[in-house]
Design a protein around this ligand. Sequence first.
Ligand code: PMP
Ligand code: GLN
Length: 375
Amino acid sequence: MFKLPEIPTSIFSKMSKLSIENEALNLSQGFPDFDVSPQLIELIASVSKGNVHQYSPMPGLPDLLEETSRLVHQSYGRVLNPQTEILITAGATQGIFTTIQALVSPGDEVLILDPSYDCYGMPIVLSQGVPIRIPLNKVFLPDWELIRASITDKTRLIITNNPHNPSGRIWTHEDMEQLTLLLDENKNLYHLSDEVYEHITFDQPHLSANLYLGLHEKTIIVSSFGKSFHITGWKIGYVVAPKKIMNELKKVHQYLVFTVNSLGQHVLSKYLKTQNVQELGAFYKEKRDLFRSGLQNSKFNLLPCEGTYFQLAAYDQISDESDEVFCENLVAEYKLAAIPISVFSAHNETQKIVRFCFAKENKTLVKATTLLCKI
Ligand code: PMP
Ligand code: GLN
């Protein structure tokens, strides 16, 4: 009678709740703990006095569509038609759901690369598609042989996430070329590119699907203003896709939400004119470096972090517990909340690795590393 299997509470809700109950530092769910820009607050106040409170046009406010196309052009040199190739969504989550709903029919297979963010699987099941979960390799990059071997005549979509949550790895040019080849070889295969952390990379630039002409025709790119402007609670993002696919996405969008909240769109269309997203990488790099250097003398073994605001740490020198138990004990005994990464994989295989979010004030990061060094 009901459509979805038994689904446990999201790990983000679970760990944030435990964090509050234990009065702990919350480095689990990914969100900044610092204030948003005062300029944004002033804009909300001034813009809200205007005529901005009724429905926006279905695909998005024209000004915001224009500004978004300018942002994509400035970031990647791609020229988009704001009317036909961009859709404003209620966060990346809705962009992902909308894409899957529009493209996946009963029996279609969708490739997901594990560990993977939690909002891909269930929308596929709701579309009566079949999630095919393929592990990334040991260093959290795609295993192209395994991906190729998993393609069948039912494979409809591959979902990628670069920069990658939870690992913080970013894809190489060779990975992007392999992906282009894969789409070329498989005529029925489309690509959903989750790039919500696109502006948060440190030592190498992010290789967006926007940069690869050979990907454009079959790729849907999902972005999030929440990550780029420290406003995760606003839940506004956008999707870029070629007109033919976008027409299909809009059909779903108009019955799912019809249009996204107007105040946020008006404010962002003005705010975007004043922002330089190129600075975001340096902003978070300082935090990454502070966090990593604070843990240098701890028993945690830090994995490479090239992008996102997440740092993976192996704890096998500290404990044999599963990562879920380790996180439960960490929050109860040391008053610090983290995320076990086994929950991002189909078979929950534990690797004794946890994820810390470093999108925090420097003083929070210093407190956190001091606590973690005591373990
Ligand atoms: N994809 C990934 C990889 C994420 O980490 C998140 C985090 N929230 C999302 C999608 C969803 O983004 P939004 O909050 O804009 O819906
Ligand atoms: N994307 C955030 C993370 O990975 C969580 C968002 C959510 O709570 N659903 O931590």
